[in-house]
Design a protein around this ligand. Structure first.
Ligand SMILES: [Zn+2]
Length: 150
């Protein structure tokens, strides 16, 4: 059993990832990653707002979206769709379990290798006619137990 912690790439790791993909570490890309490290899971609007309030980097939402999409295509980030039909980007690219808060449309990472192993070993015995299972994506859908103001 691999027990890996869910961790976002540090700024140094991020610069190395950009270099590996022959991308320049522009101020805009670094600002996007800094925002993603703070937010974890966010839409382009949320990242744009965060950059606007936390730094002096000027960037349009369209550029933020382009950077996020490019990084997701390169598997530096991953994508998640929320139930209010917003594209969220996840600063962690590796597969992990999520808890989705349906009241606030937000995602949280869940560390549970045991659950993942349980599902994996169960599915080893299952066959789905005409399909090959390529990936397992576990998302728990939840609602806050106490009313929270979003
Ligand atoms: Zn996540």
């Amino acid at each position: 059993m691999i027990n890996q912690t869910i961790k976002a790439p540090s700024i140094e790791d991020f610069k190395a990832l950009l270099k590996r993909h022959e991308l320049k570490a522009t101020r805009q890309r670094l600002a996007v990653h800094e925002a993603m490290m703070a937010l974890g899971h966010a839409s382009a609007d949320m990242v744009g707002d965060h950059i606007g309030s936390a730094s002096h980097v000027r960037i349009t939402t369209a550029s933020v979206y382009n950077i996020l999409s490019q990084l997701a295509d390169l598997k530096v980030y991953s994508r998640r769709m929320s139930s209010n039909n917003k594209m969220y980007f996840d600063v962690v690219a590796e597969r992990h379990i999520h808890l989705y808060d349906r009241d606030n449309n937000s995602f949280r990472d869940v560390q549970d290798e045991e659950l993942m192993d349980l599902v994996r070993s169960h599915l080893k015995k299952r066959r789905f006619k005409g399909f090959t299972v390529e990936d397992i994506d576990i998302q728990l859908v939840a609602r806050p137990t106490k009313k929270t103001r979003s």
